[in-house]
Design a binder for this molecule. Sequence first.
Ligand code: GLU
Length: 400
Amino acid sequence: MTSAPAFTPSANVAQLKESATIAVSQRAKALRASGREIIDLGAGEPDFDTPAFIRAAAQRAIDAGATKYTAVDGILPLRQAVADEANRRWKGSDKVTAAEVVISTGSKQSLFNACFTLFGPGDEVLIPTPAWTSYYEMVSIARATPVPVTGDPAHGFKVTAAMLETAATPRTKGLMLNSPSNPTGSVYAPEELRAILALAHERGWWVLSDEIYLRIAYGKAASSSLDVAPSRERLIVVNGVAKAYAMTGWRIGWTISPANVAAAMTALQSHTTSNAATVSQHAALAALSMRDEADAAVTAMVAQFEKRRDAALAILRTEPRIHVLAPDGAFYLYLRAPGAGKAADAGSAFAAQLLEKSGVAIVPGSAFLTPDWVRVSYAAEQAQVEEAMRRLVAAFRDLA
Ligand code: GLU
């Protein structure tokens, strides 16, 4: 290794914090490599293999020569498949077209493309909080100001249109939405979403609707912004294949936006990454177009997530002092750390203790701007989830 030179990070990244969700899973992997037995409930990553029909489609695509660049915004059949899926929800006369779809290297890149394209210095972006750690950083990288709007924990931390209205200023330019939500698992009811989208439309805010967990909902289906929005004029829907189809490593996400915004995001992407991996685009095309196979796979995975959720909640409820939100979607449990309200960052202290002493990795709520809480991902084998919850309850009792 060469000696590290003196280095002052540029203004672009001087304020940047590493992603806490990624950092937790790196730490878990490092501890595992050093020989410790670790249950990793940190990063939100389905433990399932990518369904066989998707892997087979990718193999066929490689053999058929899908190894070269594609158009920057992705292969037309995939963009068309995304548009077709959107049109099964969007009932407006302005049908979604492939020209409004940009395929990227994961919904993370799609969100970044949208933030960097739409927001800049002086702009404020409302972020219902707690929210996924990268929203705040992406808005900041665009040199705009993230404005956290903390929801009511008694209501699954969901925000209302009235709360957003109170937090808005003349500089408000956009709003991030995420239902089902990471980290809480809360799902906005159609009428809640409709009211928020109506306000955003009235105010002329850009709405970035991150729907990556849309297909992972329990009991009843979650609503997309495309189901209830009054207009698509300033709506950017973000989704991808990672969570629903257990395809995290394939790195495929997309935006659905007005065509001029799509063109600007494509120009940005043409200078950063160009097209998403060609073979991965073909795999994603199989996930979206082989609908019977896909529906069967998603239904089976969601049923497993639901069983794990119920098993985890049953164990957590054996300790009445644990305040846990009962999630309707995604694969996270959000719970109040022992010492919450007393210590400055109770969630980090609890997560650190749980990892170092009990060998369970979870994410401190400070990553989601709610430091009294911690996030547990139950996208792991059920026996592991159950064992981890037993250790969590024991650690909670130690500290409470
Ligand atoms: N979105 C997942 C999480 O919150 C994956 C890790 C990441 O990209 O942040 O854990």
